[in-house]
Design a protein around this ligand. Structure first.
Ligand code: BGC
Length: 743
């Protein structure tokens, strides 16, 4: 190694090898600060407290390094002043908040954003969220959440970017870039937080906080992928998960926090616990008491404690007893201070809202509307009921979600202003391109309501209207943290209402506003069209009205598999083929099995006798007001060497009558592997805007890294052999080709 680098390494041990190249000057400043800090002040940097009130004295004494859940700018400026001017070391606080899908302007829930498959739009939305949050003094968000989730019972699926590691990686990186901007020291940049590390979305049975068992190969090839992508994109912080993984809680997991995050990925930011997740290791049965929990989390690589105080209470004794080392403490403090320097907090810890654009301004609302438009997935559109003609004379508007300014915003919206919300009913009344009479009957006060008293009024409204819009779904609180459901049908008596309205014979458009896929097997045949909007945020109303009247065509595609019934879960598109894959030719559905049938091995394949094999709608699926034709699949070669790149292209034509956007998807299947490979894996996608009759050719490029996976020896390999490749509109359709990788 070059002498100069060796010299540098001896002075600043981690300077050269780090995530983003570390700045020697900053590292020098950090080293000098650490030298001067008392043990109490170091522990202070590793401690996070809730709210500003009552913490002034501790901040003055250097015993707190971070605050979460305070958004009063005066209070924040005051505690920053105390930290900077009245504490011995003058170290600023880092102020955190859950800015998950917007701040004051609420964007669609992350699962909805993921349905847009639009990283640029998502980046723009997170940028706006960052600007709004920074304008009050927040400089750290606990987002993006990138837990892969294959189970819609889990309430936190609402916060995820879906079930696929490739899509989630691309979108999570867009979020990191949006939050952090091109330079963390910009006054409107937020430090992002990759969470929850790791495997949280695999909670058994979809019950929050539950045990996970994830083989290392699956962990690396699926669950860790978005985290690695965000590390490479320079994410500033990580948050651990609540769950245990194969018996070891994430808060005490040195395999994740040391081996993977530091040794393999060279992450140089810091790791925060989740809310009380350190002491919860006692409940897990992994630690005897608080002190033991502090010891195990510190030695695993956890660096900042959220909500509890085991670090304050026990670090000194643990050091005296040599259960932990001062090096561990110094490393943690160094990583925390590094992010504070990168945020420019030492130079500029204060916030003047006058430096920022207004909250919820027209530009922010326009972006929220566009995001909501692109987040809607049209699941069904029989007889082209949608778009509604602008000439239509009357529309019945029915349902608990039609005009609820609170419930369409979704989970994690602490900083919303409910009055800002524009509901579908409000937007319909304002929509000046149609003079249709609106016959509104809310009918059910909220999604779980069970009072049928207004059913008759709703039926009458439907009878006197030309079409019916039913806004149904789940209230915001029915998804999100700890809000898991064993039954994911429409809550309450919403299905009964749909049955009643369907008897009128009027065309029915069902809009589902929810935090997750809702099983609709009981009512799917009763409605003509379905728009799955998830919780669409502040501008959900105008977005839906534009879609309903065809101002724009739906373009969203499902970021998760949509089950028929809850018993199919977990259900995901990139499953393994098994030794006895589903075979439609030999499948005998339950009602066709003869009475007293003799046991037979015919038809013994992977399926349910009552629910078959397929989901209701596959991952990647979504309809449009036009039709697209896929043709001319071309591969640059049918045999490529490991070092070469393969181009795969196809022509997409808009064969319908209106301009629309298609999300073109690239999938592969590795036919034989040292570890069995999924039946399909997403490897690319592109949003394509096409006018009627227009064609465009989409070209994807695949290289060795796109085809790699961890083998039995846990080596990352791309194996020679045959692959199938598809370009198509969803995970179950498309033009198929084949290629071979040769040595
Ligand atoms: C959640 C985190 C969140 C934290 C702080 C926890 O309960 O799991 O995702 O960032 O609270 O609000």
């Amino acid at each position: 190694m070059h002498k100069f680098i060796l010299l540098l390494l001896s002075v600043f041990p981690l300077v050269v090898f780090g995530g983003p190249l570390m700045n020697p000057q900053t590292e020098g400043k950090i080293a000098r600060l650490i030298q001067q800090m008392t043990l109490e002040e170091k522990i202070g940097q590793m401690t996070q407290r809730n709210g500003a009130d009552g913490h002034e004295d501790q901040i003055r004494d250097g015993l707190i390094g971070s605050i979460l859940n305070e958004i009063d700018t005066d209070k924040l400026n005051n505690i920053q002043r105390i930290a900077m001017k009245e504490s011995r070391m003058g170290i600023p606080l880092i102020i955190g908040r859950d800015v998950i899908h917007g701040f004051r302007t609420v964007f669609p829930i992350p699962l909805g954003l993921a349905a847009s498959w639009n990283p640029e739009l998502i980046k723009q939305g997170t940028r706006i969220a960052a600007i709004e949050a920074a304008s009050v003094g927040v400089r750290w968000t606990f987002a993006p959440m990138m837990d892969i989730c294959r189970d819609p019972r889990w309430g936190r699926i609402a916060e995820t970017l879906g079930e696929d590691q490739y899509l989630a990686s691309v979108l999570a990186v867009a979020m990191v870039e949006g939050f952090q901007s091109d330079d963390l020291s910009n006054k409107d940049a937020l430090a992002a937080c990759a969470k929850h590390f790791a495997g949280y979305g695999a909670a058994e049975g979809g019950r929050d906080y539950n045990t996970t068992s994830i083989p290392e190969q699956l962990m690396r090839d699926v669950y860790l992928k978005p985290f690695k992508a965000c590390t490479d994109a320079g994410v500033a912080t990580f948050m651990v998960a609540f769950n245990e993984i194969n018996g070891v809680p994430a808060s005490g997991n040195s395999f994740l926090l040391k081996q993977i995050l530091r040794d393999e990925w060279n992450f140089d930011g810091f790791v925060v616990s989740d809310w009380a997740s350190i002491t919860q290791m006692i409940n897990h049965g992994y630690c005897r008491d608080d002190k033991h929990a502090a010891e195990r989390s510190l030695n695993a690589g956890l660096e900042m404690e959220m909500a509890t105080s085991t670090f304050i209470d026990h670090i000194k004794n643990l050091l005296d007893e040599q259960k932990i080392t001062m090096q561990t403490i110094d490393d943690a403090v160094r990583n925390i201070l590094r992010i504070k320097f990168r945020l420019g907090l030492f130079e500029n810890p204060y916030t003047d809202p006058a430096d920022f654009p207004e909250l919820v301004n027209a530009e922010h609302l326009a972006a929220a509307k566009e995001s909501a438009i692109q987040s809607v997935v049209m699941l069904k559109n029989d007889n082209q009921v949608l778009p509604l003609s602008k000439e239509i004379k009357s529309i019945a508007v029915i349902g608990p979600m039609a005009d609820d300014q609170f419930e369409q915003l979704g989970t994690w919206t602490y900083d919303k202003n409910i009055e800002d919300t524009q509901t579908p009913l409000m937007a319909l009344k304002k929509f000046d391109k149609s003079s249709a009479k609106i016959n509104y009957v809310q009918t059910l006060e909220y999604s779980r309501a069970k009072d049928k008293k207004d059913f008759q009024k709703a039926v009458e409204a439907a009878e006197k209207s030309d079409a019916v819009l039913m806004f149904m779904g789940e209230e915001s609180i029915l998804s999100g943290e700890a809000h898991c459901r064993a039954n994911i049908d429409l809550p309450g008596i919403q299905e009964d209402l749909i049955h009643e309205i369907s008897k009128t014979g009027k065309p029915i458009v069902l809009v589902i506003m929810a935090g997750r896929p809702i099983t609709i097997g009981n009512i799917i045949d009763k409605v003509d069209a379905i728009l799955f909007s998830l919780h669409p945020g502040t501008m959900g109303g105008p977005a839906l009205v534009d879609l309903i009247f065809g101002e724009v065509s739906p373009s969203g595609k499902l970021p998760v598999t949509y089950p028929k019934v809850v018993g199919q879960i977990p259900l995901y598109y990139n499953y393994k083929n098994t030794g006895r894959p589903f075979d439609p030719k030999t499948y005998v559905p339950m009602d066709s099995i003869p009475v007293r049938a003799w046991q037979t091995s015919l038809g013994n394949e992977t399926h349910y006798i009552d629910a078959g094999h397929k989901p209701l709608y596959p991952f990647g699926y979504g309809l449009s007001y036009t039709t697209f034709e896929y043709s001319d699949l071309k591969l640059s070669s049918n045999k490529i060497k490991l070092v070469e790149k393969l181009q795969v292209s196809a022509k997409i034509t808009n064969t319908g009558e209106v301009a629309a956007t298609e999300i073109v998807q690239l999938y592969i299947r590795d036919l034989v592997g040292d570890i069995t490979r999924p039946v399909r894996e997403l490897k690319g996608f592109e949003r394509l805007q096409l006018n009627p009759g227009e064609s465009k050719t989409v070209t994807f490029e695949l290289c060795k890294d796109d085809l790699d996976f961890h083998n039995q020896k846990m080596q990352l390999v791309t194996e020679p052999g045959k692959f199938h490749v598809w370009i198509g509109p969803s995970s179950t359709e498309g033009l198929q080709g084949e290629f071979e990788i040769v040595q």
